[in-house]
Design a protein around this ligand. Structure first.
Ligand code: URA
Length: 235
């Protein structure tokens, strides 16, 4: 697990009007079907924690061919009511931040590390997170995004258990996962950005890196070299 240094790209946003997603209509249909099966599988697991207290499952949503997948913490009240991730206050901010870099919500995939709402929005416990991890892994495997943006410390911990969000936010990370190389952009959780002005600024600044990361050489080089250059900083 390594990280790159520096933050070039912060000031050089020329956001695409629409994010190009890799993959054909056929692959989108296949992925959609795989996601549907995964959702049904989760719905069938009666022993999953939080299931009894939640209103419903909040599965991921968005473009199955998305280049970028956002992973949050757990559904809140509005997500629990509507059965969709990030539709409350934090979701509105997420939509706004996406809009500001010229990306539509429909172009990305959005999900959570825990898929039932914890009572009173308390933080999920390690065992609750652990129970959902195999399904999150499957979800990521289906979407196979170029970039994973973690929102908050819980989803960051999935990929970097020792990572401190205050240190690594906005800094590209490369991790090995299930034999693959994943590119992770750790971000503050949008809900935290409501509480602290500095976090809001950091989140906006980190978001502005996304078009640069997706369109630039950073990811292309790492996808082509199969991760063999892990450790290099090459933004
Ligand atoms: N916070 C999250 O982490 N996920 C949601 O879906 C909503 C709020």
């Amino acid at each position: 697990m390594i990280k790159s240094s520096g933050r070039p790209g912060v000031d050089e946003v020329s956001a695409p009007r629409q994010l190009a997603s890799c993959g054909s209509e056929e692959s989108a249909l296949l992925r959609k079907e795989e996601l549907r099966k995964l959702k049904d599988k989760i719905l069938g697991v009666k022993t999953l924690p939080l299931r009894e207290s939640a209103t419903q499952l909040v599965f991921g949503e968005g473009n199955p061919n998305a280049d970028i997948c956002f992973i949050g913490e757990a559904p809140g009240r509005f997500e629990d009511q509507q059965g969709r991730p990030f539709v409350g206050q934090a979701g509105k901010l997420l939509d706004k931040l996406l809009g500001e870099i010229g990306i539509r919500r429909d172009d990305v995939y959005i999900t959570n590390i825990v898929k039932y709402r914890p009572p009173n929005n308390r933080p999920p416990t390690p065992s609750e997170i652990g129970a959902f991890l195999p399904y999150v892994d499957e979800e990521i495997g289906i979407i196979d995004p170029k970039l994973i943006a973690t929102l908050g410390r819980f989803s960051l911990a999935k990929f970097m258990p020792e990572g401190k969000i205050s240190k690594v936010h906005g800094v590209m990370q490369t991790v090995r996962w299930n034999g693959k190389t994943l590119h992770i952009l750790p971000l503050y959780h949008p809900a935290a950005a409501f509480r602290r002005r500095a976090m809001r600024q950091a989140l906006e600044e980190d978001f502005r890196r996304i078009p640069h990361i997706l369109s630039g050489h950073w990811i292309r080089n790492r996808i082509c070299d199969g991760g063999s250059q892990l450790g290099e900083s090459q933004d």
